[in-house]
Design a protein. Structure first.
Length: 552
């Protein structure tokens, strides 16, 4: 699958497609491409001009004049349900949009997101798409005219492997500290990077971020400039430069993490202008109903949809390329839409909006005093109408169950698996105890709960990973036991491992019982006092290490 859109200063991003005309670069051309890339210390600000009211044209469908909504798309497999719901790309009476709302939809291919955004602002395209993480930037640029404030009213899909972070001679996110990373600004690639840094306890200032125009330029820079330690890009580049069998393999490169592990982080949403949502709520309701039915229809009309997508996007492999594109996305049905817009969901639309907003303030993409409410850009009326009608009761939420449970029992050596995230967490235990009072109001327990909450949220985001909890003890008594003889020390060392494992098991129990974590995704180990972090600071040694291990 290939993303083939050049991302400028706009946010309609996370694009994967085929037909980019990508070729194998020779060493000389790699260096030439990299030498032409402009590196910036922060993303260029997003700006929009030419704002005006929307227009709603009409189209003739067999003698009947009906409104037509033209929706511009870039090459991306996540829109498959839209093709299924519309019965193709052209306006048609056979479409579900006409069936439920007496309007037509025309799907058009516009690979330049700047053109898409300009059409949205001018009113040519009242409904477009974006990723949820980009909405703070979009709102910031468009709030000057309330007519064009975006209203997110549904989610197409989640990126499920198409986006990734490639590193050179780096084993874990923490090792990114001080390293040089290239990424495209004002894109989900940037959000992906900032999120991972935050999970690893790093700030943007702890690394050297070099911003480029788009993810293709990020790939070129990484390939041609050995000073770049990591890049954030998409398929096929994330595979071409990390596969030792590839002609374009970059020695020492590996995938640190992809959106298949962080499979609810990058969400492609459809959104309306505010003025259009106010004037035509019935269209948004019908649009959502058609899209949710389109998810089911896709199961029986996939080959037809693949051909339609291949034709529109001019994919060199036609339907086969379209089919492959779906491997890197998860199409969202009705219960998954409900989950995404549930305020209590740890990785909801609300959480992503607030998270990305804070990340963008850290890098100067938003003003320090920016404080935008997610309610300003989330429109739930149309989804609520479907729920009130009791529709789509048979659809099941599968994105919540994306972890391969069978795989967890077939892996013999988890240590050989890819660690996508690892951190040491300081959980406080009293001496000689393997638990603590969860309901206590002490400062230590309050801090313990904060750590547990973070682990639980990371499990939600990293939905395909196994979590390994490794207990460690301080080394205060080590020399005392050694002085008592080899046999005493051996027995004490074994007991230390047992105690540290029991502490890890207690943490697992809390995650399962208090935070509803999946017990099949959590394994425990006790290292006792064998791996101290600091020989002088015992507080650092009394800890629980958390590793997220990928099966992919």
């Amino acid at each position: 699958m290939q993303k083939n859109v050049v991302i400028g200063l706009v946010i309609l991003v996370a694009v994967i497609g085929a037909g980019i005309g990508w070729k194998v670069f020779q060493d000389s051309s790699k260096k030439a491409a990299a030498s032409k890339i402009e590196y910036l210390s922060k993303p260029k600000p997003l700006s929009v001009t030419g704002v005006s009211g929307y227009t709603l044209d009409k189209v003739d469908l067999g003698g009947e004049q009906v409104p037509v909504i033209r929706i511009p798309l870039v090459t991306w497999g996540g829109y498959a349900a839209l093709f299924a719901a519309n019965g193709g790309v052209k306006p048609s009476k056979d479409s579900l949009f006409y069936k439920y709302g007496k309007f037509a939809v025309e799907i058009i291919d516009i690979e330049d997101p700047a053109e898409q955004l300009a059409g949205y602002a001018s009113g040519k395209y009242p409904i477009i798409w974006s990723t949820m993480d980009m909405l703070p930037l979009m709102y910031d640029a468009l709030k000057i005219d309330h007519r064009v404030i975006p209203q997110v009213f549904g989610v197409f899909d989640w990126s499920f492997g198409g986006d990734g972070i490639v590193v050179r001679n780096i084993s874990s996110p923490k090792e990114l500290k001080g390293k040089r990373i290239v990424v495209s600004g004002n894109t989900p690639s940037n959000f992906f990077l900032l999120w991972l840094l935050a999970q690893a306890g790093l700030k943007p200032s702890d690394v050297v971020i070099q911003y480029v125009s788009d993810a293709v330029a990020a790939k070129d820079a990484y390939v041609g400039d050995k000073r770049i330690d990591a890049c954030v890009t998409w398929s096929p580049f994330i595979y071409e430069i990390t596969d030792p069998n590839s002609k374009t393999y970059v020695e020492g490169s590996k995938l640190l993490i992809t959106s298949k592990d962080a499979n609810q982080l990058i969400a492609d949403c459809y959104l309306s202008r505010l003025d259009f949502a106010k004037d035509h709520p019935e269209i948004l309701r019908a649009f959502n109903q058609a899209m949710m039915e389109g998810v089911d229809l896709l199961q029986t009309s996939s080959e037809k949809v693949f051909q339609q997508m291949g034709d529109l996007f001019k994919l060199p492999g036609g339907a086969n390329d379209s089919k492959q594109m779906l491997g890197d996305v998860h199409i969202a049905n009705f219960p998954e839409n409900q989950m995404f817009f549930d305020l209590d969901n740890p990785i909801s639309a609300y959480k992503i909006f607030f998270l990305s907003q804070e990340y963008y303030k850290e890098i100067g993409a938003l003003a320090d005093n920016a404080s935008y409410d997610a309610e300003a850009v989330i429109y739930l009326d149309s989804l609520k109408a479907l729920k009130d009608k009791g529709l789509f009761a048979k659809q099941e939420n599968t994105v919540k169950n994306s972890f391969n449970k069978q795989g967890s029992f077939n892996i013999a050596d988890l240590e050989t698996k890819k660690t996508v995230l690892a951190e040491d967490v300081q959980i406080s235990f009293d001496a000689q105890r393997i638990d603590f009072d969860f309901d206590s109001s002490s400062q230590e327990v309050v801090e313990n709960k904060q750590h547990l909450q973070k682990i639980a949220e990371q499990m939600e985001v990293l939905g395909t990973t196994v979590v390994k909890l490794i207990g460690h003890l301080d080394t205060t008594k080590v020399e005392e036991f050694k002085a008592q003889g080899a046999q005493i020390f051996i027995e004490a060392s074994a007991q230390a491992k047992l105690i540290s494992k029991k502490r890890a098991e207690f943490i697992k129990k809390l995650l399962v019982e208090r935070y509803k974590a999946d017990p099949q995704r959590i394994i425990t180990e006790g290292k006792g006092w064998d791996q101290p972090l600091d020989p002088t600071d015992q507080n650092k040694n009394r800890r629980v290490e958390v590793r997220f291990l990928s099966f992919e």
